[in-house]
Design a protein. Structure first.
Ligand code: ZN
Ligand code: ZN
Ligand code: ZN
Length: 375
């Protein structure tokens, strides 16, 4: 999260989020929330320390009490500049003092607390040692909906990030692929994402030919050849909110089989998208997309879940996966990204970010989903 530009929200926005989070914690039977630097802290306060270090920084939210950010003395001036700082109290601790004792003074000594998923184990263990009567739950398990449902202002930022990713695809399809290294096309993608307003590039996958069969191949030194399928998957953060889209292009004219597999993935992506509406379980999106691929006999080649949530990070709950019974709620944003991966040969993935509306899904990526032929 370091280096990301926080979103353009005011202290009042952050105050409202912290109040809502504290209320939700109380409703979930928690004595409070403990939030370490990372996406939850960014979302609640706008504070992203320039470096996440071993020194304890922790937001303490407890129902009925003002929020407190425990922060190392040397980082307090920086924290005081965060957009949400006017909505909280800073409590600094100096090197040589016990940060867990300082934090414990703010906590109910027998409570159960929600802890942000990415808090360091050493800090949680330090608190537990200081307050042996406390217990802890992972924040995304205790309050899975805290960041998942976006408000209107957040949805606008998500749409703008999606539009910037679309603009990136419209430009990348014009560059030469054949004869260049994956890493060179990847650098083009990163440059375009930045040109269209991203402050952080999280991934630029350029997976050509057989590399396309590995869903998380990033980029390598392979030289892209005529006849290659190339999976492009790129995204990052623009004004604090994420983009993530995939398109698969072909260098020169594709074979019938390549077209057929691409059409299949496109139909699966469409089916997943059409399954999106309020009240439907996340797993139904996965089932709808997967059924198309299974029915065509390619089920064993679709080797990952259909999608993941996105917001102030590019991968987060909820997950579109068999077994996830969480219902879709208007304002949720997630990817629908089925793929087929033929080992040693090629892969195809098509991915859009979709948001849930009252009437169904709305795509935040709208570039061509037909197989695009590149040079
Ligand atoms: Zn080919
Ligand atoms: Zn992606
Ligand atoms: Zn994705």
């Amino acid at each position: 999260m370091t280096g990301s530009t926080p979103a353009p929200f005011t202290a009042d926005d952050y105050r409202a989020r912290m109040e809502r989070a504290a209320r939700s914690a109380a409703e979930a039977g928690l004595a409070g929330l403990l939030v370490a630097p990372g996406p939850d802290l960014v979302w609640l306060t706008g504070y992203a320390p320039t470096a996440i270090t071993e020194r304890l920084t922790l937001l303490v939210l407890a129902p009925g009490r003002a929020p407190v950010l425990v922060v190392p003395t040397l980082e307090a001036p920086d924290a005081a500049k965060a957009a949400g700082a006017p909505a909280l109290n800073l409590r600094d601790w100096t090197d040589g003092k016990d940060p867990y004792a300082a934090t414990a003074a703010l906590l109910d000594s027998t409570g159960r607390f929600g802890v942000s998923d990415n808090a360091w184990a050493m800090h949680l263990l330090g608190l537990q040692r200081t307050l042996p009567g406390t217990t802890y739950a992972a924040l995304t398990e205790a309050l899975p909906m805290l960041r998942a449902v976006k408000d209107a202002a957040e949805l606008e930022l998500m749409a703008a990030a999606g539009a910037a990713a679309d603009a990136t695809f419209e430009e990348i399809r014009k560059v030469p692929f054949g004869g260049r290294k994956e890493s060179e096309v990847g650098a083009d993608l990163a440059g375009l994402l930045r040109r269209f307003g991203h402050s952080q590039v999280d991934f630029t996958i350029v997976a050509s030919g057989p590399n396309g069969a590995d869903p998380h191949h990033e980029v390598g030194e392979r030289v892209i050849e005529q006849g290659d399928m190339v999976v492009l998957d790129f995204g990052g953060l623009k004004d604090g909110y994420g983009s993530d889209t995939s398109r698969t292009v072909h260098v020169g004219e594709p074979t019938d089989e390549e077209r057929r597999v691409h059409d299949l993935v496109r139909a699966a992506q469409e089916a997943g998208f059409r399954a999106v509406r309020p009240g439907v379980a996340c797993q139904e999106v996965d089932r709808a997309a997967r059924a198309v691929i299974v029915d065509a006999g390619y089920g064993e080649y679709f080797i990952h879940r259909t999608g993941h949530g996105i917001g102030v990070t590019t991968h987060e709950p909820p997950y579109m996966i068999e077994g996830e019974q969480q219902s879709l709620v208007p304002g949720m944003c997630f990817s629908v990204e089925p793929g087929v991966y033929l080992p040693g040969r090629f892969g195809v993935r098509i991915e859009d970010i979709v948001t849930v509306t009252e009437d169904g899904g709305r795509r935040l990526n709208n570039t061509d989903r037909e197989l695009v032929v590149v040079d």
